[in-house]
Design a protein around this ligand. Structure first.
Ligand SMILES: Cc1cc2nc3c(=O)[nH]c(=O)nc-3n(C[C@H](O)[C@H](O)[C@H](O)COP(=O)(O)O)c2cc1C
Length: 346
């Protein structure tokens, strides 16, 4: 249970909403990060890091698939291009309780290109369609695809249109569109998230071209105001870096994006929820830093942010493994702030 009464997956779970999603992010959107996001928003659909079929079929399955029941709704992102392997992994993920399987067709890293999956799959829509079909035949949960608008320097709407059309014919109904190309040569994965120009208009055109499909825009959305602008054109929006670096923006998602009549949790509510979580995790042997590292941005833009960041990154404090550090850090951030205010008023 979470601080504010979250429960595990309901027996009959409603259709998944993609109206607001947090992005799959390697090394960032691990289970502790997703739990933190869930304390901030009940409604956001959270995505795991990409897990390759090889890692699942030959590696440590619990390490890759274990998650807290409070994380629902949670989608597992798979990386692979062998329909039979993807089907086996999708089946495994469904058994572990994931709410959705997502196929990565957007990652441009060289390692992923060598494995012939990720963004290079955009050049092979028929193969992706086979992958989607194989997964859909293996599970009852939704199978979705995250992709780019195209690859390399060819900025041609027809590429994305043909890709989506081919997958739709295979039964895929939800597309998470990182609204820029992936340049497979000459850019690092990090540069590939910034350098190829964003083309939101083409993502919007996909929605107009396929009104019956669910189109979710991703890439370069920094605020809920920007998310709302996208939502005028498409079904959903997915935030990656902004959610990670300024996570408190998620606190307003349920009320503002979903129209829920609920209180926005304060930063202190969030800290209290995370202290309880870190205590439970600590009993299971999880070091505090595995959790705290995702919380560094919680006071982003606030006056005490530096104090908070400094305390949550202090190796000596973290080595004590005492979750109450979070309360101490938020108190210190506040005290520093009121001290400054008092000095200014004197
Ligand atoms: C650290 C990091 C790791 C990422 N790992 C993945 C991944 O595993 N799978 C994926 O589809 N995209 C991955 N991405 C890309 C994001 O999902 C997203 O498409 C991209 O960051 C653009 O969205 P944003 O501008 O909201 O961050 C990653 C992004 C970052 C910053």
């Amino acid at each position: 249970m979470l601080a504010s009464g979250y429960t595990s997956r309901p027996m009959t779970h409603p259709a998944l909403s993609h109206r607001f999603c947090t992005a799959p992010m390697m090394d960032w959107s691990d289970r502790h990060c997703r739990y933190f996001f869930r304390v901030l928003s009940r409604r956001a659909l959270v995505y795991t890091e990409m897990v390759t079929t090889g890692a699942l079929l030959h590696g440590d399955v619990p390490r890759h698939l274990d998650f807290d029941s409070a994380e629902h709704p949670v989608a597992l992102q798979l990386g692979g291009s062998e329909p039979a392997d993807l089907a086996a992994c999708a089946k495994l993920a469904e058994r572990w309780g994931y709410d959705e399987i997502n196929l990565n067709c957007g990652c441009p890293s060289e390692r992923v290109q060598k494995g012939a999956f990720g963004a290079c799959l955009m050049a092979e829509p028929e193969l992706v369609a086979d992958c989607v079909k194989a997964m859909q035949d293996a599970v009852t949960i939704p199978v979705t695809v995250k992709h780019r608008l195209g690859i390399d320097r060819i900025e041609d709407y027809d590429c994305a249109h043909h890709f989506v059309e081919t997958l739709a014919a295979a039964g895929c109904t939800t597309f998470l569109v990182h609204a820029r190309n992936a340049w497979l040569k000459g850019l690092s994965p990090k540069e590939n998230r910034d350098v190829p120009p964003l083309r939101y208009a083409e993502a919007h055109r996909l929605k107009r071209g396929f009104p019956g499909l669910e189109i979710v825009v991703n890439g370069g959305v920094h605020t809920l105001a920007e998310a709302e602008i996208q939502l005028a054109h498409v079904d959903g929006v997915m935030l990656g870096r902004a959610a990670y670096h300024d996570p408190y923006l998620l606190a307003a998602v349920d009320a503002r994006i979903f129209g829920d009549s609920c209180n926005v949790p304060s930063r202190r509510d969030v800290v209290d929820g995370m202290i309880r979580y870190a205590r439970r995790q600590g009993e299971a042997g999880v070091p505090l830093r595995s959790i705290s590292r995702h919380m560094i941005g919680l006071l982003h833009g606030e006056p005490g942010a530096r104090t908070w960041r400094r305390m949550l990154s202090d190796p000596r404090l973290l080595a004590e493994n005492r979750p109450v550090l979070f309360a101490g850090a938020v108190d210190a951030a506040d005290a520093g702030q009121s001290g400054r205010a008092a000095r200014a008023a004197a």
